[in-house]
Design a protein. Structure first.
Length: 227
């Protein structure tokens, strides 16, 4: 009876670790272009944003920072510096704020869950299963890598269509994400190429983290067999 109970606990802990590792990997990667603001700053000149907007670099950065402050901090009202914006534009950023908050919490909760599980494993309270001799984190890396490889291939085939589908899925029934630069100037400072670069950064981060998890699992498996 006790053995069966221990097996059940191990299965639950292993499944939780798998899901948490996948979520943490994806959420962390999504957060990179959001919280690492220099990623945007370094693109201002290459994308010719000063020429397109008519504003200097400092003004553009101030506007971008105000937008990101609104998106990543609790409360507050939407602001975009000197850039004009419409009610629909502000409404879309309010929708984005909700998604950004959800992503942040997803990372915090999944990372905390992984830490708790690892502590319990360390204390001998829980045992994680290793299907086919590979750690569950290796399986998480492989699963995430497969998922993003598939999504990446689809996005690479037609980024514009993928961009539309993304907004249709995460902002169902809304069209306030279709900006008109005459009323929402901020879109001039955040061109489609910038979002494409964000997607590349996110995908690259997911791939690197996933590969690290997979390679670590392979190395650990080899050491186990050698011992």
């Amino acid at each position: 009876m006790r053995e069966a109970k221990g097996r059940t606990v191990s299965i639950i802990a292993t499944a939780a670790a798998l899901v948490a590792a996948i979520i943490a990997t994806v959420a962390f990667s999504i957060g990179l272009p959001i919280y690492f603001r220099p990623f945007y700053y370094m693109q201002i000149e290459p994308l010719g944003i000063e020429d397109v907007t008519g504003y200097d670099r400092e003004t553009i950065i101030d506007g971008y920072d105000e937008v990101l402050d609104y998106l990543t901090r609790p409360g507050g009202e939407f602001s975009a510096g000197v850039f004009r914006f419409s009610e629909d534009g502000a409404s879309h950023f309010a929708d984005c704020k909700g998604l950004f908050t959800l992503n942040a919490w997803a990372y915090v909760i999944s990372a905390a869950l992984i830490i708790v599980i690892l502590v319990l494993v360390r204390l001998g309270k829980v045992k994680l299963l290793s299907p086919l001799g590979f750690s569950i984190f290796g399986w998480a890396g492989a699963s995430t890598l497969t998922l993003f490889a598939t999504l990446g291939a689809l996005v690479a085939l037609d980024f514009d269509r993928a961009f539309v589908i993304f907004h249709s899925v995460f902002f169902p029934g809304k069209d306030n994400w279709v900006f008109d630069w005459r009323y929402d100037e901020i879109i001039l400072a955040m061109p489609e190429t910038f979002f494409m670069n964000c997607a590349i950064l996110i995908a690259s981060s997911v791939i690197i983290i996933s590969l690290v998890l997979v390679v670590s699992a392979v190395i650990r498996r080899r050491k186990t067999f050698e011992d």
